[in-house]
Design a protein around this ligand. Structure first.
Ligand code: FAD
Length: 194
């Protein structure tokens, strides 16, 4: 009898919102908030994780989990009248989960996303225009944005993360150098008495 590990997949699809956007003075647009609420109740039961971005009237959602469960959820989401033009733009088989802690993480539209778009020659979030590289860049950026939000405080940069690693190395060097300096001092004192 085989006990093969179920295949995991990570899928990204895009779609267009099919509702009139209500003004959300603070926080998340109300329809998107309801979608998130349902996702956060349903996805953990299916062992599915992922993230959802909503901007400029378009959705970008990444779903990760066992193939059969993800395929079923995609069918259900496709029937949802709150969006249209659903198109899968990325799909990989994987053995390592990247979204195990996120039943459905919401990534709000932000200046950083806008910056990434303009750096890549796009003036708005229109995922139907994005190539495969841009989809991968977005996934990476969303994971980084989320990581920074989880750590609290202002979003930093990869350069800042590099800087903190340098600080750690400096501290380690100081700690290692201390016994050498003490040894030298002790030698000088002993030499003075001799
Ligand atoms: P309920 O939330 O109780 O909804 C019952 C039925 O009413 C469903 O058929 C639902 O489609 C429909 N419905 C609910 N609210 C509205 C509304 N305001 N307008 C029109 N129809 C409505 N669901 C997940 O479980 N996980 C996900 O990751 C997920 N991602 C989504 C991403 C997008 C972009 C969209 C548009 C929907 C997503 N959904 C997701 C919602 C999904 O399509 C179903 O609505 C939801 O799974 C049904 O949840 P439920 O069985 O608890 O029913």
């Amino acid at each position: 009898m085989s006990s093969a590990t179920p295949e995991l997949i990570r899928v990204v699809y895009i779609s267009r919102a099919n509702f009139k956007v209500a003004s959300a003075e603070t926080g998340v647009e109300p329809t998107v908030a309801r979608i998130l609420q349902a996702s956060r109740i349903n996805n953990p039961k299916l062992d599915i994780g992922g993230l959802l971005y909503y901007g400029d009237g378009c959705f970008f959602q990444c779903l990760e989990g066992e193939r059969a469960a993800v395929v079923e959820l995609l069918k259900k989401i496709k029937r949802d009248p709150r969006h249209k033009d659903m198109k899968v733009v990325y799909q990989v088989s994987t053995q390592v989960r990247q979204y195990s802690n996120w039943s459905m993480k919401y990534i709000p539209a932000s200046d950083r996303v806008q910056l990434l778009l303009s750096h890549n020659g796009y003036d708005k979030f229109d995922p139907y225009q994005f190539d495969k590289e841009m989809i991968k860049k977005l996934l990476q950026a969303f994971r980084l944005i989320n990581h920074e939000q989880d750590r609290g405080g202002e979003p930093g940069t990869l350069a800042q993360e590099g800087a903190s690693a340098v600080d750690q190395r400096k501290a380690l060097l100081k700690w290692l150098a201390a016994p050498v300096v003490l040894g030298l001092l002790a030698g000088l004192v002993w030499y003075g008495y001799a």
